[in-house]
Design a protein around this ligand. Structure first.
Ligand code: FES
Length: 150
């Protein structure tokens, strides 16, 4: 075990875990932030996407020892009141079906818009390609990203 002072959603939290613990489980089990979801556990589905210093990362395959003093942002910390333009667009387009993958979808889309505020269809496809949705909400996801980018 080791003690880590992690910056999570703007607050520093002391967490005592094994160095190879994936950030996903630090967030869910220790920080009690359960918006970040476990899908595959091997970096393949995107359900666990968070931001590390603003960049989308897959928390299931990110050891806590690699984070250091970088800022961790989860879906709970993306906006103060759930009013990030993407979250509002997600509601407007009624995107989720089962909802399980959607936090990861939004976090990945937020990283895209931060780097590219007006993405083309091809840019959206390229950026969102690795986030899997078993309900097949892809068209609504794309529409919502376009709305949020306007
Ligand atoms: Fe992390 Fe699937 S749970 S990519």
């Amino acid at each position: 075990m080791a003690i880590y002072n992690l910056k999570i959603n703007g607050k520093t939290q002391e967490i005592d875990v094994a160095p190879d613990t994936p950030v996903l489980w630090v967030l869910r089990d220790h920080a009690k932030l359960t918006g970040t979801k476990y899908g595959c556990g091997i970096g393949q589905c995107g359900a666990c996407t968070i931001h590390i210093d603003g960049t989308a990362m897959r928390s299931c395959s990110l050891p806590v020892s690699s984070v250091g003093d970088k800022a961790i942002t989860t879906i709970e910390g993306l906006s103060e009141a759930g009013d990030h333009p993407l979250q509002e667009a997600w509601v407007e387009h009624d995107v989720p079906q089962c909802g399980y993958c959607q936090a990861g979808q939004i976090m990945n889309a937020a990283s895209l818009l931060k780097n590219n505020p007006s993405p083309s269809d091809a840019d959206i496809d390229a950026a969102m390609n690795g986030n899997i949705c078993r309900c097949g909400t892809y068209l609504r996801i794309k529409s919502a990203i376009k709305t949020a980018s306007q």
